[in-house]
Design a protein around this ligand. Structure first.
Ligand SMILES: Cc1cc2nc3c(=O)[nH]c(=O)nc-3n(C[C@H](O)[C@H](O)[C@H](O)COP(=O)(O)OP(=O)(O)OC[C@H]3O[C@@H](n4cnc5c(N)ncnc54)[C@H](O)[C@@H]3O)c2cc1C
Length: 385
């Protein structure tokens, strides 16, 4: 699908570079990584080399010093080939790097940003077994003892955990204050009392690691509190608001990947003496889908551009994630329909896109949570003078 007219020339060049990387370096490994449920280890340094792991990190820390929009483009481009690889880049840029850039002090930035731009993968650890949508009901506790914070609890579903060296962990330092006790900690993998637990066996995005984190008296130096004690809920929300645009981009890329593959097939596959793409019954379906994908693209790009311009983008980000994840599921499902029996086999990539699409409606806030956010902001707009 070549409907990228809304990109400036240098954005298009960047996008094309990442698409080329995805096709050449990721493409040959996709099904093997999916089967093995493991990200090919050599892809991690390759992603750093490509410059997509520190897109917004300033050049003084070794990053690309580029825009949030370009981070979104990188996620979309990778997701066209493998949404699992896309989410590695997405979490790194939109949750981890962003939180450090916004809330980190000079010392934290100089300690961690050069690593995050060059070799360290990061994770964002908010969810727990009993707190998903109701994230601020988290039970992990932080207690100050002398020159350390001691973290106690379990985190669940943590993306990138198998590969990560740095984890932004949310724990409550003062439960008497409710969610206002939640605090964000920069936890290195090597800190005493920290360990990564079992990896989930998932339906889709199988090459992306999703693990439990164990905090058993985990010792965190005082200087590793991100922002202020008690500011964790703000850090969590603001990061997720931006992260949702990244998930929208992941779902957009997935939709295009599935669509393009199926459209190519439809032009090759002959039935009743002509290519199946020539039948009007097929044309109306893929024309409608192409239109829906373009609408998803405009929502995602609009939210990302608003964010870069420092304008309100929260409602638009929720809309982008909500809609792009619906379209991704529809596109991947239709791609299987368009290809008939072969679409249902593992010999072709569309069944994997279908499995991968499902996560878009779940993580970084389920579709119901996006609807709740949109409705709340619509109501607030009505009340505003
Ligand atoms: C592959 C994967 C990767 C993940 N990566 C991360 C990560 O890196 N870091 C992290 O912190 N978390 C991560 N998560 C967790 C993810 O964010 C949560 O799974 C998600 O927020 C939903 O929470 P839950 O699974 O507990 O579902 P629940 O909150 O139990 O929701 C179940 C259902 O109830 C609905 N529901 C709940 N409350 C309401 C309500 N008030 N109104 C209407 N409907 C409601 C939901 O919409 C959903 O349909 C990941 C999850 C997965 C599966």
């Amino acid at each position: 699908m070549n409907a990228l007219s809304v990109l400036a020339e240098e954005e298009q060049l960047f996008f094309d570079t990442v698409v080329a990387f995805a096709r050449e370096r990721v493409g040959p490994r996709v099904s093997e990584m999916d089967e093995a449920a493991l990200l090919a280890p050599e892809l991690v340094p390759a992603l750093f080399e490509l410059g997509v792991m520190g897109v917004e990190i300033p050049s003084e820390y070794g990053g690309a010093e580029s825009s949030f929009f370009n981070a979104i483009l990188a996620v979309e481009a990778l997701a066209r080939v493998d949404p699992s690889v896309a989410v590695v880049v997405d979490v790194q840029n939109t949750l981890v790097n962003n939180a450090l850039l916004r809330w980190g002090n000079a010392d934290q930035k100089s300690r961690y940003l050069p690593k995050l731009a060059s070799s360290w993968v990061g994770s964002y650890a908010l969810s727990e077994a009993s707190s998903g949508s109701d994230a601020f009901a988290l039970k992990t506790r932080a207690e100050r003892r002398g020159d350390r914070w001691i973290l106690e609890g379990r985190k669940l579903w943590i993306t990138n955990a198998h590969e990560s060296s740095l984890f932004i962990v949310f724990a409550n330092a003062d439960p008497s204050k409710g969610y206002k006790g939640i605090t964000a900690f920069l936890v290195e993998r090597s800190f005493p009392g920290f360990s990564v637990g079992k990896k989930e066996q998932k339906l889709g995005i199988r090459a992306s690691s999703t693990c439990e984190l164990m905090l058993d008296g985990c010792e965190v130096p005082l200087e590793n509190v991100l922002g202020e004690v008690g500011q964790g809920y703000k850090i969590a929300i603001l990061a997720l608001n931006e992260g949702r645009i990244g998930i929208g981009a992941q779902m957009l890329g997935l939709a295009v990947g599935a669509f393009d593959y199926a459209l190519g097939y439809m032009h090759e596959r002959q039935q009743f003496g002509k290519a199946i793409a020539e039948f009007q019954g097929m044309q109306f379906q893929y024309a409608k889908l192409a239109t829906e994908i373009q609408a998803a693209r405009l929502l995602v790009y609009d939210a990302a551009r608003l964010k870069d311009q420092g304008r309100d983008f929260v409602k638009e980000a929720a809309m982008a994630k909500l809609f792009a994840s619906e379209i991704a599921e529809r596109a991947a499902s239709s791609a299987i329909d368009f290809m008939g029996g072969v679409g249902f086999t593992r010999d072709f990539p569309v069944e994997k896109f279908y499995r991968d699409a499902k996560i878009g409606k779940i993580y970084e806030g389920t579709s119901n949570m996006q609807l709740a956010t949109i409705a709340k902001l619509l109501q607030a707009e009505r009340k505003a003078p």
